[in-house]
Ligand binder design. Structure first.
Ligand code: ATP
Ligand code: MN
Length: 277
């Protein structure tokens, strides 16, 4: 049977860049060798996008989370490649991805425009908080969304980064169980604590390095000009607005629709369904 690589040459022709998403070593090596044999003067840039650089690729874009939604994965890869000036607005980009688990099984050709560019890469890499901290908080929110609290759906609001300013734009609803503690997101015990406290009102405030500064914060950001989708309530509005008023990123789990959303710069940047993770 003909494999995907046999047909790729035609699809890649006159593309500006090719993004290989989590390629196997054999697929990657074969593809690079085929492209090197291409004698046309305009060869496409080959970029590997994966959680780890197992194939020793250069250029390489690191994926912080798997992004089950292929569109999010592609957006992240393209924006990462744009960051390194490998791809620009208007470019034709060929993405080789795995839609189902396992080997690369799909080729998607996209023109880079504002529909592709949503800020998903900046959410992780250009945030004040470490990319690993954003990822850890996103994972806690996804986990919490999947399981709920004792079988019931729960909502939660995490404000990550620029914690000093966030504290100044919020007030306490109750005593802070994290006062004087030095716990960080990502510690297994912290995940249990966060889940437990998420039953109660308000937001968690987390520092750039992942230290939990506070729980039970009622956010009071200025909300003028915040552009978040209609239909979302007070938790999402407060989460979105605080990211316009400060350099924080907000990660919100909705109790009503079960989705996890990330906001930055006052805008909705990422929406994931925990059930798909
Ligand atoms: N300004 C705020 N700061 C912190 N927490 C807030 C704020 N506003 C609302 N919340 C929290 O969000 C909870 C749910 O409020 P609301 O239903 O209006 O939000 P929502 O955006 O519809 O979220 P959900 O989808 O989870 O229902 C409140 O009980 C409260 O704990
Ligand atoms: Mn609500």
């Amino acid at each position: 049977m003909a494999s995907l690589t046999d047909h790729l040459a035609e699809l890649v022709e006159d593309a500006d860049a090719v993004l290989l998403f989590s390629p196997t070593a054999s697929f990657h090596d074969r593809f690079v060798a085929d492209e090197a044999g291409d004698r046309s003067d305009e060869r496409a840039e080959i970029v590997v996008v994966a959680p780890d650089n197992d194939v020793d690729a250069d250029p390489f874009v690191e994926l912080p989370i798997p992004f089950r939604d292929v569109r999010d994965r592609i957006r992240f890869g393209i924006e990462g490649a744009m960051e390194s000036d490998l791809v620009a607005e208007g470019d034709e980009v060929v993405c080789v991805v795995s839609v189902f688990e396992g080997e690369s099984d799909a080729v998607i050709r996209v023109t880079v425009d504002e529909n592709v560019h949503t800020g998903i890469y900046d959410l992780f890499v250009e945030s004040r908080a470490d990319p690993g901290v954003i990822r850890d908080v996103l994972e806690v929110a996804i986990e919490l969304g999947k399981k709920g609290q004792k079988g019931k759906p729960v909502g939660a609001l995490f404000v990550v980064g620029d914690a000093g300013k966030v504290m100044n734009k919020s007030r306490s609803l109750s005593y802070n169980p994290f006062e004087k503690s030095h716990v960080h997101v990502g510690d297994p015990i912290v995940n249990v604590m966060l889940k437990e406290f998420s039953r109660l009102d308000g937001a968690f405030v987390i520092s750039d390095s992942g230290k939990i500064a506070s729980a039970y914060r009622y956010l009071e950001p200025a909300a003028e000009g915040v552009d978040i989708p209609k239909g979302l309530g007070a938790r999402h509005m407060a989460g979105g607005a605080i990211t316009q008023d400060t350099n924080a990123t907000a990660i919100v789990l909705s109790e009503s629709d079960g989705l996890v959303r990330a906001f930055k710069g006052g805008r909705l940047v990422l929406e994931v369904d925990p059930e798909e993770y």
